[in-house]
Ligand binder design. Structure first.
Ligand SMILES: C[S@@+](CC[C@H](N)C(=O)[O-])C[C@H]1O[C@@H](n2cnc3c(N)ncnc32)[C@H](O)[C@@H]1O
Length: 253
């Protein structure tokens, strides 16, 4: 199989770049998860890279979840088949949101005393980018993640204001959001205020201001690191954006 072969098979299909694909593929190869969950399938490019890692490990299954009504051309079934990894993947398109699917999983794996049997070694969250949806998603994901497992969140610095031409993103109507809800990155708030403060997630890494990694290791000393592989100019632009946002927040108070 191999990374390059999959990269060639999915070339030109949105939404994951080969560089990002390398990141998730390498994680799968290094961490050797046996059960992987992706929230947000789209065309299945991310799923192809994740499944390629499993294929090269020689074991493991990926479950990938999207809206019941999600429709993409090419569809994920075709992209995964073209990449030669369809056999490793279950595609779920059952509910209006992965939050309800997660609720079903937690319910099915809970006993009457409230203990949950975890299932996943790696969860890749790449869906709504919304405080309300993903804030709930990460709480449910934590229950399903095995100790030692990783959560990876994409799009940490994305905000609705970055897409001014769009009326709605994944069902969220931009004009119905308040000014701070439009300008502030929702996933950064989910990562900093929910994931990083959760007692279970103790190893926290922000990579290139865009990727949030969190390892479920309850009881271990809490660590939060910031890593970058981007040129200085890109970092400075990100820092400027954040400073501008904070100044706007202070003005509103
Ligand atoms: C950026 S795309 C995913 C890209 C994909 N992970 C990849 O790497 O190729 C985001 C996907 O999340 C899905 N999505 C957004 N909100 C969702 C929700 N609440 N429930 C289920 N799927 C959702 C969208 O339909 C879309 O297909």
């Amino acid at each position: 199989m191999g990374f390059d072969e999959v990269a060639r098979a999915v070339a030109g299909v949105p939404f994951m770049s080969p560089e990002q694909g390398r990141l998730v593929y390498d994680h799968v190869r290094t961490a050797q998860p046996t059960t992987v969950l992706e929230l947000g399938t789209a065309h299945g490019v991310g799923a192809a890279y994740l499944a390629a890692g499993l294929e090269d490990n020689g074991e493991g299954r990926l479950t990938t979840v999207d809206f019941a009504g999600a429709s993409y051309d090419p569809p994920p079934e075709a992209v995964l088949a073209r990449a030669g990894v369809a056999g490793r993947v279950e595609i779920v398109r059952e509910f209006s949101s992965y939050t309800w699917w997660l609720k079903e999983q937690v319910q099915a794996r809970s006993d009457r005393a409230g203990n949950v049997e975890p299932l996943y070694d790696f969860v890749y969250l790449d869906g709504a980018k919304n405080w309300t949806i993903d804030g709930l998603a990460v709480v449910l994901v934590e229950k399903l993640l095995r100790p030692g497992g990783w959560l990876l969140m994409d799009d940490l610095d994305w905000s609705y204001a970055q897409d001014p031409g769009r009326d709605a993103t994944d069902g969220i109507v931009h004009r119905e959001l308040s000014a701070p809800e439009r300008s502030e990155p929702h996933l950064r708030a989910v990562f900093d205020l929910i994931v990083a403060q959760h007692p279970s997630f103790t190893d926290l890494r922000v990579q290139d201001e865009w990727w949030g990694w969190a390892r479920k290791a309850p009881g271990e000393p809490r660590r939060y690191s910031v890593e970058t592989s981007r040129p200085l100019g890109a970092l400075a632009a990100g820092a400027l954006r954040r400073l501008k946002r904070r100044a706007q927040q202070r003005l509103r108070r």
